[in-house]
Design a protein around this ligand. Sequence first.
Ligand code: ZN
Length: 483
Amino acid sequence: MNAIDAVGVALPRLRISADEVADVWGRYSGAGIESKTVPTVDEDALTLAVAAAESALSRSSLDPDDVSTVCLATTTPPLDAEEIAPRLVRALGLPTSTSIRTFTQSTLAGAQALDSGFDAEGPALVVAADLPRGDPASADHPFGAGAAAFLLAESGSVERLGSTSHVDELAGISYRERGSDELTGLDITSYERRAIRESVTSAVEGLGADPDAADRLDVDITDVDGAAVFQPDARMPSRATGDLSIPRETLARGTVVDRIGDAGAAGVPLGLAAALDAAEDDDRTLAVFFGSGGGATAMLFEGRVDSGFDAELDGGISVTYPEYLRERGYIGTVDVAGGGAHVSLPAWQRSLDQRYRLAAGRCPECEALTFPPEGACRNCHRRIEFERVELPRTGTVRAATSIGHGGAPPEFAEQQRRDGAYDVAIVELEHKGESVTIPVQLTDANAGTVELDDEVRAVVRRLYEQEGVPRYGVKFAPVDDRR
Ligand SMILES: [Zn+2]
């Protein structure tokens, strides 16, 4: 039986306060949300998922090659026609034989992914990553972003004592219209609030009656130390559990929406990550998910695990509302004159191992590294068969320059319009005494702030869209300034 072995979270570094949004609109429809995370133009559900998963893997002694199942939950997949989980597997360098499951239907996706991971044979990686968006005048107000990743294995320290679902058809409760990337139904009526409360009560009470869990649950199911409950806003957890009398401080341990905004299908998983981090070794933590159509799922956990949630939340950078609108792409469109540096899809596909994993070639004759691993050895110029090596994901800036307005290649014009000037750098990466320098784009740093000899680390980000397909690759972010 799988248990939680490690947890990692990823939050965008930009933040906007509720006051900033309220100043513009004269009101703010996100009860109890004080601040929220703002995904930048190069962040989406895939890049957040990669970052959270990397964090979880780094906190575990489990060999990534042993991960046999990846379950991904999001209501905002960046690709309409294509699964994003294979890209996640590739970006993490997991075995290509990894079994993949994707859940996208509603905010219950996080629960479905966790259920699937716990049921899997062998170690599983479960990632919930979401960044809902809606009409900036209303629905958008509470929307934040983030990702939580759970590495599950038999050796895990946090046991899941039970999981039950309650499904009832509740007319009119829809979180997301099919085929639309705008969310609806968040203007929650009293009818909806009652329906949510009844579903949640039923799911949690069902947990007490779960035959698998019953003999281990010697206490009242609501007598828990922490709880992460469906949180489209900060009032919902206490409203949804109104029939269960869970104390306010217990709910507070698993409520993160007040600081990060509504993270959709990642909301409860992020709350669970925060609650498990704050728990004592034998504490019990409840997680309660709710989604479209009246479904609720309750899970009970025992134990604690570090997730680094507080550290990840610390040290964000505030943006103004106009900056927010630009980052989110709510204002303006861009027309790029002329053609960009066109890389055909097949050529791009062949280079993914370099772009995600920094795969370089080592020369068997002279040991020198060549990146990208094409053509002859960069050092001895011999035409040899390169040995594949993955470069380290941290390196040192050897040169940097800012690309100002108008200076970006056409494929990066949209990014520049939304995010402003950016830096490019030559970064030196060392591997076993050999080093190689590569040109990279920097991110998570204001243009001009990165200096020579700064340490930077690789992050997988969205680069641009070509032929309707978003393309991803490695950029580098400062090691020190961040978080
Ligand atoms: Zn050589």
